[in-house]
Design a protein around this ligand. Structure first.
Ligand SMILES: *Cc1c(COP(=O)(O)O)cnc(C)c1O
Length: 399
């Protein structure tokens, strides 16, 4: 029996049974649909990409996995070298793990231990954003702020070690003023908050955050598990404002296999480096640096560069803006567009009931949640296919 995610098993509808997939298309026995979700925002190159498929196959012919405890290998060395060269600033130190949640856990653990290693035991508090989503493991639920995902934490009562603020500069300044002595880090999904409702906010907030973090010696963590690899229209938000720790997942492997990485800058790395074994980072996921994942991630990044994906994403944004221009409906609260993400926020979740089946019949797979009808398409989508996705969204309000 499969226990499906985020679902009441008794009332859930049968999931679509996928038998094949290619490009932006998912195939069932009867139908085909454009994956407007990119399998939780990860499959940026589409399915069955020949280069990515070959990367996994040829590595599997050598070995699929060896642990990184006492062993190393070319795919993990090449990927970390690539990330070191490719990522901005001195984000050079790559700690791999098997999922985004674990990579965020690692980032938070790094930030805490960074200060513990300096004997600053009072710096235990994490500053994070309202509506934040950072994963479903326990610490990531604590720093997240979403009743719908994390309501079980209510059982523990209020958490004194996490402070949530809205994405407004005065709230940010006040939190630093009041709590800076106890803060160890600020963690954000930069520019675009995904699972909390595709909320978009201004770069000036991140710029101010960077200044305050410098001023009060607080570490800045960017969780770019969702925003990384072009989703906001920028390669990384970290290209605009440099964090101390960067977390990547989802599209890291082009969505071909689960993997994630926590990348630290020199300052953080040096906070652990030395003769003292007590200062080492005590973490090591079994499948960190998996050879299949590293091989396919490397090829995914090469494709992203060689085929100028940023221009593809600019085109997706331009077509989306053009198609949605002037579209309104009294049931819509707001339409938000940024890079490869569009979200129609409606006034009531009931307005979206039945949308998934409606879209499926029109050849689009969609998975609205709460008040949010969104698309995060694979970047290889053609203009015609993208127009199909957007037309189905509009058609729902024109029934
Ligand atoms: C999806 C997501 C995560 C969690 O990644 P998993 O691989 O599902 O554990 C963390 N942070 C953000 C911003 C995400 O969107």
């Amino acid at each position: 029996m499969i226990w499906y995610p985020y679902q009441q098993m008794k009332t859930m509808k049968d999931p679509y049974h996928i038998t094949d997939a290619e490009g932006v298309w998912l195939y069932t026995r009867e139908n085909r649909m454009i994956d407007s979700v990119s399998s939780w925002w990860s499959v940026i190159h589409g399915y069955k990409h020949p280069v990515l498929r070959e990367a996994i196959k040829s590595q599997a012919d050598r070995f699929s996995h060896v642990m990184l405890g006492g062993l190393t290998h070319e795919p993990v060395q090449q990927l970390s070298q690539k990330l070191e060269d490719w990522l901005p600033g001195d984000l050079d130190y790559c700690f791999f793990s098997d999922s985004g949640s674990v990579a965020v856990e690692v980032a938070l653990k790094m930030a805490l231990q960074y200060y513990v290693n300096q004997g600053q035991l009072q710096r235990t508090k994490v500053l994070s954003l309202t509506h934040a989503y950072h994963g479903d493991t326990f610490k990531t639920m604590e720093v997240g702020d979403d009743e719908d995902y994390h309501f079980i934490l209510e059982a523990y009562g209020p958490n004194p070690n996490v402070i949530h603020i809205p994405t407004e500069i005065p709230a940010l300044e006040k939190a630093f003023e009041l709590c800076h002595e106890e803060l160890n880090c600020l963690i954000v999904e930069p520019l675009l908050q995904g699972a909390g409702g595709m909320r978009m906010y201004d770069l000036s907030f991140l710029q101010r955050a960077r200044k305050l973090c410098d001023q009060y010696k607080v570490l800045l963590i960017f969780d770019e598990v969702a925003t990384g690899f072009g989703r906001t229209g920028n390669r990384f938000a970290a290209d605009l404002v440099l964090p101390d720790i960067l977390v990547l997942g989802k599209a890291l492997t082009g969505g071909y296999i689960g993997h994630a990485v926590t990348v630290a800058n020199k300052k953080v790395y040096e906070g652990f480096y030395g003769e003292d074994s007590d200062k080492a980072l005590m973490h090591g996921p079994t499948f960190m640096g998996n050879a299949l994942a590293c091989s396919v991630a490397l090829k995914s990044i090469e494709l992203f560069e060689q085929e100028d994906y940023l221009s593809k994403i600019r085109r997706i944004e331009a077509v989306t803006r053009r198609e949605m221009d002037g579209f309104t409906d009294p049931r819509i609260k707001e339409i938000r567009i940024m890079g490869g993400c569009i979200c129609i926020e409606v006034l009531d979740p009931a307005i979206l009931a039945g949308y998934q089946q409606f879209a499926c019949r029109r050849g689009v797979f969609s998975r609205p949640f709460l008040n949010y009808l969104y698309a995060m398409v694979p970047y290889v989508i053609t203009e015609e296919e993208l127009i199909q996705v957007l037309s189905v969204m509009k058609a729902w309000f024109r029934r």
